[in-house]
Design a protein around this ligand. Sequence first.
Ligand SMILES: C[S@@+](CC[C@H](N)C(=O)[O-])C[C@H]1O[C@@H](n2cnc3c(N)ncnc32)[C@H](O)[C@@H]1O
Length: 218
Amino acid sequence: LWPPSATIGAITGPMASEDSGEYARIWDGDEHAMLFADEALASLQALVDLHEPGWKRRRVLDFGCGTGLLTARLAPLVAEVVAVDISSAMLDVLAGKSIPNVVTHRGDLLDPTYRATASWLSGFDLVVTSCVCDALVDYPAALRILASALKPGGVLAQWDWIASDDDDDGLRIDVVERALAAADLTCLHLGEAFHIDFEDDDVPVLMAVGMRRLPLLG
Ligand SMILES: C[S@@+](CC[C@H](N)C(=O)[O-])C[C@H]1O[C@@H](n2cnc3c(N)ncnc32)[C@H](O)[C@@H]1O
């Protein structure tokens, strides 16, 4: 959910499945959404050197890309970002940014019928998903689908609000840990990455980074 339920002010309601025209109009003007994307990229850079020249040949999938806040930050560093979202309104905003090495797809990756048509869904070096997974109906299934889109040795990075005892908005760290394992991803990092400071609440964000296993030599 955005914003997290503890901080809901002007914007309310889940944005998981509806075609979020209202969100698309305001998203890029939301200072917290901007900060989230900046912090997500910085936390990834702290683990993975995206300025290493090899990244200029690598491909990234941004699942639930929205208006492309993270896509736009990653695109200059890599060969291509494939950005997928269920919302055409969000994707229209991203298309308006005319980023040359970004390809967009509209669809629900959790829908097997859509996935059967998504021949592009493989061979990624990096999959990112920012502030999406906590609102999904079946987060572990999503992680399995995203993991299978990685090359062996490829990395998935996820950011979401951390659920707490008195607020179940977000994901619990143990739930993420189990989902990484169930998706056969080696956990490289899991924990609180940063906070987003809303007026009445300071909300923690988790980052999970998992690697698709390399085949055993034999
Ligand atoms: C809170 S927004 C985050 C957007 C972007 N990742 C960011 O950090 O600015 C969540 C996005 O996930 C998309 N989304 C939710 N469920 C999805 C699904 N099953 N398949 C594709 N996109 C989905 C929504 O349409 C929305 O654009």
